[in-house]
Unconditional design. Sequence first.
Length: 480
Amino acid sequence: MSFRINTNVSAMNALRNVSATGDSLSNSITRLSTGLRINSAADDPAGLIIANSFKAQISGVDQAMKNSQDAINYVKTAEGALDEVSKLLNDARGLAVAAGNNGTQTSSQIQANQSQLNSIVSSVTRIAQTTQYGTKKLLDGSSGVNASVTDGSKITQLSIGGTFGGQAVTANASVVVTVNAASTQASITGRDFGADDTTALGATNAGSFTLNGVTITGEATDNAATLRDKINAAATQTGVVATTNNTGVITLKSTGFGTGAAIDLSDSTGAIRAAGAGYTHTAGTDGNASVDVNGVSALFTASRNGTNGLTFTDASGNSFSVTAAGNAASVQNATVGQVVVGSSQFQIGANAGQNTSLSLGNFQASQLGSGAVSGLTMNNLDLTTAAGASQAIQVIDKAIDQVSKARGDMGNFQANVLQSNIRSLGTAKENMSATVSSIQDVDVAQEMTNFTKLQILQQAGMSVLSQANAAPQAVLKLLQ
């Protein structure tokens, strides 16, 4: 045993252990107060990675369940409208059967049947044309419209919805673009520095100028080339680039297109423009194009998108974005994309590719009952003759079958795909949540046991530290 007073190794050892116990106690208090075993990445790095991965999946499953419920509401809206169409068709069939009994009816009664049938046909078409889920029409044949780019050299993005030129898109078609006027960039021609790009600015014209709110200083030793480089170094802030052609003239041009791409230049010293030029504002122009889909034309303009002069939209919200090659008046009658009328897509899973689709047809009167009698649909039935009434019954029966089959398909999709999917996702969410809980949540009973142990260790450690601090006092007896 050594008797020293400058270094109390026993006290240092006790302090180290008390500090470690204190840290552990603090962590235990944090776990108990939050209910979480992992409160920072240091608590369990691997566990944190796994838990966050499962949390992302759970979040995706939550949204997939919402998507599935939205899809159910979508289907119920369409099916509810077709239920009303079915009732109208049943009434129409009754009228056709009644009209066939023309031996007991007067001409005015038969004409009344025809008038009522015409009213029913009009209502069927109205329901098909106006049934919507939000702003998306469901029964006019435009549901499931998708557009794709076929000429990537001119078009970077193409979006065509269910309505184009005020009409429903009901058939596959090419998208043909004619650029009437290209969007332009803002441009300003600067001062002439001299014979070439190396002629110095000189002390007389040296000074600062402001370009779209950014101040740039032209030194006396600057020339067209060096000043161009200073302007281009700030291009990400100003949205303006400078070019020269070795004639001592700088040209400023906006990086964007259209009226939203402007150049505001304030130069009172003549560093970039002739002395006294002061403030100058210039902007690009918005282009416009005519787009044709299946013989229907619509005007698209760039001004609807504010600062993006390369994205053109129409009054229905359809849009396309052009490349530099596509933004040219020389683009005439160019086939740039394809519209396909197909199935409505629904993302019903948490991961890519986990989707399903439903095809909704065209239920306008002109499309119902076709094929039963050559040349006849619900839209052109005649009840004024016995033969016409007989044919009408056949056409209406076919229309009823079409609507009933469509409703059955919708019911099958709702019950066996969407509702089943929601139940499956609910089970998956429950099990993944249990996994996250086992990784991240604290076992309160176990942690309380640990907390109690640490409290005792801390109290004991503090007592021992007090004794260790007092131990060197025994050396004093040797000095008496």
